[in-house]
Design a protein around this ligand. Structure first.
Ligand code: HEC
Length: 238
């Protein structure tokens, strides 16, 4: 067989294997980029709980006006919590924070990664599973561990919402301390948050979907015109 084909088969086979290796572990999440209310709630959860440590450095606050329908005033008063050079960070700025890399590294062992592209590099299901897989582990410095990301250095920052889970001898997680939300409500909040991070990882998706519909309609219409043209051309030949 031609070498090219062998390479092609190996490529397909290896992607299937990677998929199978991750498939069993990840929980599905319902992404709906058309749901603006969900994206807005996700943004709120992100800025209240995550932005202190994580940046979205390839995205700008101003994009939220058109994309998510959040007013400029709302962004200025609720989402922008940082200052730059003594003034409140501007609407057109990228989403960075003021953490000192050296001191945060001392505290957590690593610098919290930027999350702009994580939904693309890790996948939405990965983030969803990660945020719903924390459990109590007193041998870890933060007092928690994560099923998907063993020995993770991130604390379970949403524990006040989710409560604290513990792992039993069959490796099943059960709620030990109840948080502010029920498990279902917590999963809904994480869905909104992951929806938001998925939008941030590729904002053009919002536009692409709406343009896509028009492109499909145009193609159907154009196919019809072409069909009429074909009938016209072949009329004299037959
Ligand atoms: C107190 C600081 C802190 C806060 C607040 C925080 N994180 Fe983290 N996060 C970290 C650190 C540190 C890591 C790196 C962990 C490691 O690699 O061991 C991390 C890792 C992650 C990762 C894995 C990224 C990757 O590709 O490896 C995701 C996803 C994540 N955080 C999401 C969130 C979300 C969503 C929130 C808000 C609900 C949040 N984090 C709040 C410190 C934080």
């Amino acid at each position: 067989m031609n070498k090219k084909y062998v390479f092609f088969f190996i490529l397909i086979f290896s992607t299937q294997l990677t998929y199978a290796a991750s498939g069993g572990q990840l929980k599905p999440v319902q992404i709906d980029l058309g749901n603006k209310a969900s994206l807005q709630r996700g943004a709120q959860i992100f800025f209240n709980n995550c932005a202190g440590c994580h940046t979205l450095q390839y995205h700008r606050y101003s994009k939220f006006v058109g994309d998510l329908g959040i007013s400029e005033d709302m962004i200025k008063s609720n989402l922008i919590l940082t200052t730059s050079k003594g003034e409140k960070t501007k609407l057109g700025s990228t989403i960075v924070n003021a953490i000192n890399h050296d001191s945060i590294k001392e505290g957590f062992g690593v610098v919290p990664p930027d999350l702009t592209l994580t939904a693309r590099s890790r996948g939405s299901e990965w983030i969803y599973t990660f945020l719903t897989s924390f459990y109590e582990d007193n041998t870890r410095p933060m007092g928690v561990n994560n099923v998907l990301y063993p020995n993770v250095n991130m604390p379970h920052v949403l524990w006040y919402k989710e409560g604290l889970k513990e792992m039993d001898e069959n490796n099943i997680l059960t709620v030990k301390v109840q948080g502010q939300l029920t498990q279902k409500e917590y999963e809904q909040e994480i869905t909104d948050l992951v929806n938001f991070l998925t939008y941030v990882s590729e904002p053009a998706q919002l536009e692409r979907y709406s343009i896509g519909l028009w492109v499909m309609l145009f193609l159907v219409f154009f196919a019809f015109i072409t069909y009429l043209l074909k009938i016209e051309y072949w009329r004299d030949i037959k």
